[in-house]
Design a protein around this ligand. Structure first.
Ligand SMILES: Nc1ncnc2c1ncn2[C@@H]1O[C@H](COP(=O)(O)OP(=O)(O)O)[C@@H](O)[C@H]1O
Ligand SMILES: *[C@@H]1O[C@H](CO)[C@@H](O)[C@H](O)[C@H]1NC(C)=O
Ligand SMILES: *[C@@H]1O[C@H](CO)[C@@H](O)[C@H](O)[C@H]1NC(C)=O
Ligand SMILES: *[C@@H]1O[C@H](CO)[C@@H](O)[C@H](O)[C@H]1NC(C)=O
Ligand SMILES: *[C@@H]1O[C@H](CO)[C@@H](O)[C@H](O)[C@H]1NC(C)=O
Ligand SMILES: [Mg+2]
Length: 505
């Protein structure tokens, strides 16, 4: 990181520390509330209230909501015996999709109830390699990573030193605020909002993919409580960096392409996931983070595997602010590919339009334009879109898009292998991998020579031996340098016509 820490930055850090301290105490108290407690929605509590009908009806409405949320999760759980698919079909009601077959039955008798009770009570480890409440003992809070309508995300360092992200109910969030306003019951509301975390846990377990944030475990805050439980949940996740669109817009095309490619790989997976075709209903850059440069979905509570039933095509419309689409209603009465198309168009409008066309390599612009048009018009399905992206990646990695580079171009340069430079006079270019100078990725010395020829200040470049995620080489371009120094990993190319006097140290 360039630059020192300014005073204002120090003040901000201090403020953050104070906020964190408060947060940590909240966190720890929430994690510690493990006393076996009867759910406060038990009949006893209700009967004991003499507050009159209004209050009771508010409670009734809240309990109704709680049951609704629970019902939403049940179809996402694994059936106990998935080796016997025929049973599922027999249980399915006509017109119901595969995943909604057991709504009216007791979920615990037929579904993976170990998972359910694990989420509800935190009593057992249903899945191997999962962290539980004990992993959070002696953790240290580091910083707040982000917050949304529903959740607060904090970076903590576990006792062993490993950094992780913890997701909790956002007490200051819109979800909690609205609920408390409606039902005047903070505890009940915390339980209600916790269902979104529970849903997310189930979805993270069922939808594992390189472009979905990794679930490391969770800690559920009641042991052996009643139905529904006290409901406090802490989700333990791999730590990422919130996606910064502004920063990405200033990044090299290669990094922006990577984000779009990752997104398309994710959408391809979601279109035929173990839960069926999944739509992301709240599709925004803020629902994603990056981990070592690769994109990962982190907010899944608005993911839906529900199919839309229809009678005519007119029932299958997708509405966006500037475009409407109508999709076919299939013979079995569901909108064909609605979730997939919805995801593709959102990827187009929130990601591709900003990240993809701008500064695309000249040899690839026609392919990029084609992707822009076919996704923006919803003419391509996700398979075709993924194919188009992988094709671009292949060309870009192999340098095949550069086929018209004359071999002679490199003859204008003197090459010195095993050398680096010092006393450099840098110039800046955009978008550069380095703030100070001009560092760009190239396929070969030949491509670097072409770039150097096109920059009036450039008189030499160095291939550093460092590589980008695609395997392309990082080249550093400069106007001059004072000395050559031995450096086994790099090569210096100096323009013959303007080659300055150099001396070797
Ligand atoms: N694993 C993570 N690592 C780093 N930041 C994260 C992680 N998960 C979420 N965040 C940040 O926290 C914010 C809120 O999380 P999110 O699950 O989207 O909550 P909400 O449902 O309230 O929108 C996200 O916008 C993101 O910036
Ligand atoms: C709560 O009351 C309902 C009827 O009012 C009853 O059916 C149910 O069994 C009671 N539950 C408990 C846990 O007592
Ligand atoms: C999309 O459809 C809605 C509802 O039919 C309509 O109000 C809106 O004007 C349409 N938008 C566009 C861009 O066609
Ligand atoms: C796709 O291309 C057609 C024809 O060139 C054009 O009219 C249309 O506006 C383009 N659509 C998008 C979303 O770029
Ligand atoms: C998309 O590709 C998958 C395999 O990756 C295949 O199972 C599926 O049928 C394809 N869908 C279409 C519409 O071609
Ligand atoms: Mg979010």
């Amino acid at each position: 990181m360039p630059g020192g820490m300014g005073n204002s930055l120090r003040a901000a850090a201090l403020l953050a520390f104070v906020v964190l301290s408060i947060l940590v105490s909240l966190l720890i108290s929430s994690v510690q509330q493990f006393g076996a407690r009867i759910s406060h929605f038990s009949n006893a509590t209700l009967a004991g209230d003499d507050d009159g009908g209004d209050f009771a009806s508010l409670r009734g409405a809240l309990i109704h909501q709680l049951n609704q949320r629970r019902k939403e999760i049940i179809p996402l759980l694994l059936p106990d015996d998935d080796d016997d698919g025929d049973d599922d079909d027999e249980n399915r009601l006509p017109g119901e999709s595969r995943h909604y077959f057991q709504l009216d039955q007791d979920p615990d008798s037929t579904l993976d109830n170990s998972l359910w009770s694990e989420i509800t009570h935190g009593s057992r480890r249903a899945h191997m390699d999962e962290m539980g409440c004990d992993s959070l003992v002696d953790m240290q809070a580091v910083e707040v990573l982000g917050s949304g309508y529903t959740k607060l995300v904090v970076k903590v360092r576990l006792a062993g030193g490993q950094p992780v992200a913890l997701k909790l109910v956002n007490e200051q969030g819109i979800d909690m605020g609205k609920c408390v306003e409606d039902f005047k019951d903070p505890r009940g509301c915390r339980e209600l909002v916790s269902y979104k975390l529970k849903k997310e846990i189930v979805l993270l377990q069922r939808l594992q993919h390189p472009n979905v944030i990794k679930l490391k475990g969770h800690c559920a805050g009641d042991s052996g409580g009643g139905e529904g439980g006290e409901g406090r949940v802490t989700v333990i996740l791999e730590q990422g960096n919130p996606l910064q669109m502004i920063q990405l817009l200033q990044s090299p095309w290669e990094d922006r392409f990577r984000v779009c490619l990752d997104l398309v790989r994710l959408l391809h997976f979601l279109s035929q996931s173990p839960l069926g075709s999944v739509a992301l209903l709240d599709f925004q850059p803020r629902q994603f983070v990056t981990v070592s440069g690769s994109l990962k979905l982190t907010d899944l509570d608005d993911a839906s595997a529900e199919e839309t039933s229809c009678q005519t095509d007119a029932d299958c419309t997708l509405q966006f602010p500037h475009r409407n689409f109508t999709l076919p209603c299939s013979a079995r009465g569901v909108c064909e590919g609605l979730s997939e198309k919805r995801n593709i168009y959102n990827a187009y409008r929130y990601f591709f339009t900003y990240l993809l066309p701008h500064q695309a390599p000249p040899g690839l612009t026609h392919l990029v334009d084609h992707i822009m048009n076919s996704t923006g018009e919803l003419r391509a399905d996700i398979n075709q879109t993924l194919e188009a992206f992988e094709h671009i990646l292949l060309l870009y990695k192999s340098g095949l898009h550069l086929d018209n580079l004359p071999p002679s171009i490199i003859r204008d340069y003197t090459v010195m292998r095993g050398m680096g430079t010092s006393g450099n006079v840098e110039y800046r270019c955009w978008p550069s991998y380095s703030q100070q100078g001009c560092v760009l990725s190239v396929h070969s010395a030949r491509e670097a020579a072409l770039i150097c020829n096109s920059h009036s200040q450039c008189s030499s470049f160095t291939l550093t031996g460092q590589k980008t995620w695609t395997g392309r080489l990082l080249a550093s371009f400069r106007s001059s340098f004072a000395h050559l120094v031995p450096d086994g990993t790099s090569e210096v190319y100096v323009k013959k016509t303007t080659a300055p006097e150099t001396s070797t140290v």
